[in-house]
Design a protein around this ligand. Structure first.
Ligand SMILES: C[S@@+](CC[C@H](N)C(=O)[O-])C[C@H]1O[C@@H](n2cnc3c(N)ncnc32)[C@H](O)[C@@H]1O
Ligand SMILES: [Zn+2]
Length: 274
C-alpha cells in the first residue's frame, strides 16, 4: 500500500474517475470515487487511469530514458523557458502527453502558486513524471479517449509534440483558460533528418493544429523558438531514440552533429461565453 505522494495529493482534486467521471479522493493507497471505483497508487507515485493495456506505440522505457537524458542536457531549455514565461499567472496546469514532466516542472518553477498534472499514455513516462517536481502529479491515460480530469478545472493546458483532442482540451479548461501547443517548424532537426534518413515533419504543422482547434479555441499569440544545438554522438543517439524514429529504420547515429532547433510555441484561449 503506497501513501499518496505530495505531488499527486496537490492535483487529486482535478482528477475524475475514468469509469463514472466523479471526483476521486485518496483512500490509503488508492484513489477512489463515491461509486467505489478504485485505482491503486503505484510505488513510483503515479496512478494508472487507463483502464486497459497501454497501446503498442506508447513510449517505451528506453525511449523515455533517452528523452530524459536529452532534456536534462538542456538542449530544449529555450522551449521550456518560453512555455514557462506564458504560464506564470496560472494555478492549475495539465500537460497532455507530458512525457517525463520536464517542461511542466520548469513551468511550475516559474509559477510558485501552481500545481501540475502530467497525463501520458506511457507508464514509464508517468513513472518519471511523478518524480519531476513536488507540485506535480502524474497519471496514465489516453488523450484520444476522455481525459480523467474534471471539467473546467484547469486554467492552462500544455501539449508539446503530443496528440491533441480539441473537445477534451476545451472540456477540462476553464473559460478563458490557455492552451499552449508546441509544434515543429519545417527546419526543426533538419540536419539530423538528412544525415540519418529520419522520418519527416508534416509540411505545415501549425496550420493543421489551427484548423483542428478552430471553433473550440481562439489564437492568442505565437512565438518561434530557434537556435543551433551542438550534439555529441551519444546525444544524437538519444535524439533518435526518444521519438517516433525509435520505431523506424534509420542510419546509425554515431557522429557529433550540429542540429537546428526550430519550433513554434502557440497560445490559444478557450473563449469566455458572452
Ligand atoms: C514526443 S513525446 C513528447 C513528450 C513531452 N511532451 C516532451 O515534450 O518532453 C510524445 C508523448 O506523448 C505521449 N503520447 C502519445 N500518444 C498519447 C496518447 N494517445 N495519450 C496520451 N499521451 C500520448 C507519449 O507517450 C510521449 O510521452
Ligand atoms: Zn467511478
Amino acid at each position: 500500500m503506497t501513501a499518496p505522494p505530495p505531488g499527486l495529493l496537490s492535483v487529486v482534486g482535478m482528477l475524475a474517475c475514468p469509469v463514472c467521471s466523479a471526483a476521486l479522493t485518496p483512500d490509503s493507497g488508492t484513489l477512489r470515487c463515491p461509486a467505489g471505483h478504485g485505482f491503486d497508487i503505484a510505488r513510483q507515485g503515479h496512478v494508472n487511469l487507463l483502464g486497459h493495456a497501454a497501446p503498442r506505440n506508447a513510449d517505451t522505457a528506453v525511449m523515455v530514458a533517452a528523452r530524459q537524458r536529452f532534456l536534462d542536457a538542456g538542449h530544449y531549455d529555450p522551449v521550456s523557458d518560453t512555455i514557462a514565461a506564458g504560464l506564470r499567472a496560472c494555478r492549475r496546469i495539465v500537460d497532455a502527453g507530458g512525457g517525463t514532466g520536464h517542461h511542466l516542472a520548469r513551468a511550475l518553477d516559474g509559477a510558485p502558486e501552481a500545481v501540475g498534472l502530467v497525463v501520458d499514455v506511457s507508464v514509464p513516462a508517468a513513472r518519471r513524471a511523478a518524480r519531476a517536481h513536488p507540485r506535480l502529479g502524474a497519471v496514465v491515460a489516453d488523450t484520444w479517449r476522455s481525459l480523467p480530469v474534471r471539467s473546467g478545472v484547469a486554467d492552462a493546458l500544455l501539449c508539446v509534440f503530443a496528440p491533441r483532442n480539441a473537445a477534451e482540451f476545451a472540456r477540462v479548461l476553464a473559460p478563458g483558460g490557455l492552451l499552449v501547443v508546441v509544434t515543429p517548424n519545417p527546419g526543426h532537426l533538419a540536419e539530423a533528418r538528412e544525415a540519418l534518413g529520419l522520418i519527416g515533419i508534416q509540411d505545415d504543422k501549425l496550420a493543421a493544429v489551427r484548423r483542428s482547434l478552430a471553433g473550440a479555441f481562439e489564437p492568442v499569440a505565437t512565438r518561434r523558438v530557434h537556435g543551433l544545438m551542438k550534439l555529441t554522438a551519444s546525444e544524437v543517439g538519444d535524439l533518435v531514440a526518444m521519438g517516433p524514429n525509435a520505431f523506424h529504420a534509420h542510419a546509425p547515429a554515431n557522429a557529433a552533429l550540429r542540429v537546428g532547433l526550430d519550433v513554434q510555441v502557440t497560445t490559444f484561449r478557450r473563449p469566455v461565453p458572452r
